[in-house]
Design a protein around this ligand. Structure first.
Ligand code: GLA
Length: 397
């Protein structure tokens, strides 16, 4: 991402696909059989609701990961990434034992593992990975790798696996092989994304409804600010939030917090043992409702009016779920002060990106205001871009 004046990312650039191709040829001295791409994502609203079997509203971003791949004769996998010098090679023994392959290649081994665990015969392959999705910015670079690799292996192996089953498999790769206890939002967004739409996903049923999200027609833009905040303790804190929600659901005698509605909330809170748990539950229950309210406004074509819901979501993440950090709070406050209709952190928290809904012609001024507020607080300059929703994982050629 660039700093200050936001770049407009509406269509994927050709550069990353060319890098994957060139990397493949250079590394393996052969031509790939094809290239497969998957995007990063942001979440418009609905944070930490996915693993509570609730609602989310993400969309895929025009920043992509591309995998160039070709089958090999034996049952082994070699993966090269432009982020690492040396390729990683593994066979069935490493793939079948979660944790054996570590680092960035674990996301690839995890996909092989998940496919094999589901009974698929995964073809051996050589893969080369290039990506424009920044790592560590909360834009789901890991889900993008999983989805692009999955798309490549399914096709190279001629596997009978419809795309609506891919998100669960990619999530299993991340949960059970890599060991990150995430929900299903990211994988769903990057696999099932639709151009010009946000995805209204029911994380219990996995039903997806694309909701038109035509920012340009409304004279609006979505500014994405990379807070550049270092991810402090993000993994442990994420797991702690999830555990707290699951404990609360058990105390309340419901399968998941999704089953508590805003109408039930006060009665539910009264049955919880401590103030911290009450805050966590209040966030999840009110956040599910904000997703539903946002969907209703978008269906009615009232895009600008979702702003207060975005800002309320941020306050809930800051005060009740306690997952924001000073950099993202500063970005939200500065964007709102500069005229954004609404702003919120997006993603798991403790850093990552902020979304601000702005008049299209105000995007540069809002980006400048955030940059100035950062400078005043002594934070490293944020990255900014404006983004429109694109489609999900796909074969390029
Ligand atoms: C991360 C996880 C998702 C989701 C979000 C929070 O992005 O990967 O599953 O839980 O955090 O909404």
């Amino acid at each position: 991402m660039t700093t200050a004046t936001p770049t407009t990312a509406t269509a994927p650039s050709g550069g990353v696909a060319a890098r994957a191709w060139a990397g493949f040829r250079q590394r393996y001295d052969a031509e790939p059989a094809g290239r497969w791409a998957a995007p990063g994502r942001v979440n418009l609203i609905g944070e930490h609701t996915d693993y509570n079997e609730g609602f989310v509203l993400p969309f895929a971003l025009p920043l992509r990961t591309v995998v160039a791949a070709a089958p090999r004769d034996d049952e082994r996998w070699t993966v090269w990434s432009e982020l690492a010098d040396e390729p990683v090679e593994f066979g069935p023994a490493e793939a079948d034992e979660p944790g054996r392959v570590t680092g960035w290649a674990a996301y690839v081994a995890g996909v092989v593992w998940a496919l094999r665990a589901a009974g698929h015969r995964v073809p051996g392959a050589r893969l080369a990975v290039a990506s424009d999705v920044p790592v560590g910015s909360g834009l789901s670079s890991s889900a993008a790798v999983e989805a692009a690799v999955l798309a490549a292996l399914v096709e190279l192996g001629g596997l009978d696996l419809p795309a609506d089953r891919w998100p669960r498999l990619a999530q299993r790769a991340e949960n059970d092989y890599v060991g990150a206890p995430t929900g299903i939002m990211d994988q769903s967004a990057v696999i099932r994304g639709r151009p010009g739409h946000t995805l209204f996903l029911d994380c219990r049923t996995e039903d997806v409804e694309p909701i038109p999200f035509d920012l340009a027609a409304a004279g609006l833009a979505m500014l994405v600010v990379d807070s550049r905040a270092p991810h402090r303790h993000a993994d442990g804190e994420y797991a702690a939030r999830r555990a707290s929600c699951e404990r609360a659901a058990r105390t309340l005698g419901v399968p998941a917090l999704r089953d508590v509605t805003v109408a039930d909330l006060d009665a539910a809170l009264a049955r919880l043992p401590d103030e911290e748990t009450r805050r966590r539950v209040r966030h999840v229950v009110t956040e599910d409702q904000r997703v539903l309210d946002t969907v209703a406004l978008l269906r009615a074509g009232r895009v600008r009016d979702i702003g207060p819901l975005l800002t309320a979501s941020h306050a809930s993440m800051r005060d009740d779920f306690e997952i924001t950090v000073p950099e993202v709070d500063t970005a939200v406050e500065a964007a709102l002060a500069a005229g954004a209709y609404g702003a919120r952190m997006t993603g798991g928290g403790f850093g990552g990106c902020v979304l601000a809904l702005v008049d299209a012609d105000r995007a540069p001024a809002v980006a400048d205001a955030v940059t100035a507020a950062y400078a005043e607080r002594g934070f490293a300059a944020p990255g900014t871009l404006t983004a429109l929703p694109v489609g999900g994982a796909t074969r390029l050629d």
